[in-house]
Ligand binder design. Structure first.
Ligand code: GTP
Ligand code: SPV
Ligand code: MN
Length: 597
């Protein structure tokens, strides 16, 4: 059996890469698919797979007048988000994974998962999906190959990565590729594992069909394995959007921003400035992941390794994010949204009236006024970045863009002010390291609980969090022209639980201040926490529909809140033990001294 499959694998294979062929044969011998199909990324292939997915019920075609080229997918209701408790870093030593990751010993993990993968593709097709993370041919670009038994995964990978023949050509005969193995198995949460083997550049994912668990190029390779490689090779793999902001004078500033899952990266990356900002332009380089390395001119350069967006649907509308609405108007896969009687999609927070009747995300009839959500809170769109009306031409530039500012932002209903600037790089790393954020529906578990989420990487750092923070500190030496570091919070709430700051496009006002600070144009005011906009020459609030008191509240720093914040930060640093970087402990002492002084 095994040798027949090995032969089949190499016979049809559009490559002679011996390492790749041997690995595919070995994985096929274990999983025993009926067929092996090598994906070439062509239009014909897309059509064939789409037709098949429609036939087997994986995809529901949407109304071609309303949503040309769009489909709806309903995942298993037990499989709607990333599963952090089932995600493992498999390094020889537990300390290498660190206290913030689940750990399994590599051999034990391979043995355990082999039992699940054994024969799991009987009666199924194994797709071989070669893909590039990053522009083709780029020096920072990495190649992965995902073996999967899910046509939905193939169709998503086709949008999210540069997939197919071109990636295989870029790989050539090299053995330097990520080995990804995925099976949806029986979609049983008790038999679900997402395992990373950084030393082997390998990912094994079993038992899920959803997003970050199975589109292995994204969180698994680009962040968990990526961060591990970044430390070894002297670069940074981050959960960050990348945008370019161009002033009316034509000066473009590139900015990267880390916000945790479902905390506003896609929205910020595509923002349309308010009318007071005529002549300003925001362009998207990336909406979720940045790979950043020092460039020859001493600046930090960022690429977006992805080619599409896997974005949060609920809350997206023509007021909050018109560019996202345009992006998902065609050639988009929707996962777990509601279906309208005329074959369009609907979700909470969409423009217009709430429809009288819908089919909800689970395929059940839904009536207006129901207490149940029609779309799942973590429902997503998968859309090619080329659909984005404000896509930056640099999104396809293998050199990337020079980053002038890095922003860290969490979802905090209190404590953290609208914006502040770090005193210097070390202080900025401290701000990133001490980020907290209220949990969202992007991962299974309770929503709305504050947790420490350093640099928005808590679920994505592939090694010891203490070593990761030290790596950030060490990067200072290799970046002569350091980006300035900022902290923001769009999510502060008033007594009634309403967001104080209007957010979305109005975030341009904060962005303008950041650009002005980076370009050395505005003075600032020092506080205990960092530099903030001055009352005069500070934030441009012209035309903003907000009372002076509300602005005060959004920007306020309350010492009692900071005293409890510091306690929560202490618990986090204690968790890192001796690996808590000394420089950050000193920053902590300085902050305590300022607060107590
Ligand atoms: P991931 O794809 O999970 O990494 O998320 P993301 O960081 O790209 O988050 P996204 O931009 O998709 O936003 C998530 C949710 O936050 C959506 O429901 C948005 O409507 C909401 N949101 C985004 N920006 C703002 C903002 O400035 N203010 C408020 N109040 N909500 C926002
Ligand atoms: C996130 O959770 O941060 C996402 C969605 O971007 S997923 O791809 O599912 O990780
Ligand atoms: Mn994300």
């Amino acid at each position: 059996m095994a040798s027949t499959q090995a032969a089949a694998a190499s016979e049809q294979a559009p490559t002679k890469n011996p390492t790749l062929l041997a690995w595919v044969a070995k994985m096929a011998a274990m999983t025993q698919p009926d067929r092996i199909v090598w994906c070439d990324g062509s239009e014909a292939e897309k059509q064939r797979l789409t037709e098949q997915a429609v036939k087997d019920g994986t995809l529901i075609p949407l109304n071609p007048q309303k949503r040309p080229g769009c489909y709806l997918h309903r995942s298993n209701p037990n499989d709607v988000a990333r599963v952090e408790h089932l995600t493992f870093i498999c390094t020889p030593n537990k300390t290498d994974a660190g206290p913030t990751n689940n750990w399994m010993e590599p051999e034990a993990a391979y043995t355990k998962l082999s039992q699940l993968f054994e024969g799991c593709m009987k009666g199924r097709t194994m797709y071989v999906v070669p893909y590039a993370m990053g522009p083709l041919g780029g020096a920072s670009t990495k190649i992965g190959v995902e073996l999967t038994d899910s046509d939905y995964v193939v169709l998503n990978m086709r949008i999210m990565t540069r997939m197919g023949k071109a990636a295989l050509d870029m790989l050539g005969d090299s053995d330097d590729f990520n080995r990804g193995l995925h099976s949806t198995g029986d979609v049983n949460p008790d038999r679900r594992y997402i395992c990373h083997f950084p030393q082997d550049n390998t990912i094994w994912s079993f038992g899920s069909g959803y997003g970050g668990n199975v589109l292995l190029g994204k969180k698994c390779l680009a962040l968990r394995i990526g961060s591990y490689l970044g430390r070894e090779e002297g670069w940074l793999a981050e959960h960050m959007l990348i945008l370019g902001v161009t002033s009316p004078k034509g000066e473009t500033t590139y900015i990267a921003a880390a916000f945790p899952s479902a905390c506003g990266k896609t929205n910020f990356a595509m923002m349309i400035p308010p009318k007071e900002y005529a002549g300003w332009k925001i362009e998207t380089v990336g909406d979720d992941i940045a790979w950043m390395r020092p460039g020859p001119d001493g600046r930090l350069y960022a690429i977006n390794p992805e080619a599409g967006y896997f974005g949060v649907v609920p809350g997206t509308n023509y007021k909050t994010n018109p560019n996202a609405m345009e992006t998902i108007s065609k050639d988009t896969l929707f996962t777990n949204v509601a279906l309208t009687p005329d074959g369009d999609v609907w979700w909470e927070g969409k423009d217009g009236e709430v429809p009288e009747e819908l089919i909800d995300w689970q395929g059940k009839p839904w009536k207006k006024g129901s207490t149940e959500k029609a779309a799942h809170p973590n429902s997503r769109f998968t859309a090619p970045m080329s659909n984005n009306p404000v896509l930056s031409a640099k999104a396809n530039d293998p050199q990337g863009v020079p980053i002038s500012a890095i922003i860290f932002g969490g979802r905090r209903s209190n404590t953290v002010p609208l914006v502040l600037q770090a005193f210097n790089w070390t202080h900025g790393v401290f701000l990133g390291a001490t980020m907290g954020s209220e949990t969202t529906a992007a991962a299974t578990g309770k929503v709305g609980v504050v947790r420490r989420d350093p640099m928005a990487m808590l679920p994505f750092c592939g090694y010891h969090m203490g070593d990761y923070l030290q790596h950030w500190l060490d990067m200072q030496k290799s970046i002569p022209q350091l980006p300035k570091i900022f902290q923001v919070n769009w999510f502060r709430q008033d007594k009634n639980g309403k967001f104080i700051w209007p957010g979305y496009g109005e975030n341009m006002r904060v962005l303008e201040w950041i650009v002005n600070r980076v370009q050395g144009r505005v003075p600032t005011q020092e506080t205990l926490l960092g530099w903030v906009p001055r009352q005069d020459q500070g934030l441009n609030l012209k035309g903003l529909d907000m009372s002076e008191e509300a602005v005060q509240e959004a920007t306020s720093i309350k010492e009692d809140e900071w005293k409890s914040e510091l306690k929560s930060q202490e618990v986090f640093f204690e968790q890192l033990g001796t690996k808590a970087p000394e420089a950050l402990m000193l920053q902590r002492k300085l902050l305590i001294a300022r607060l107590d002084g």
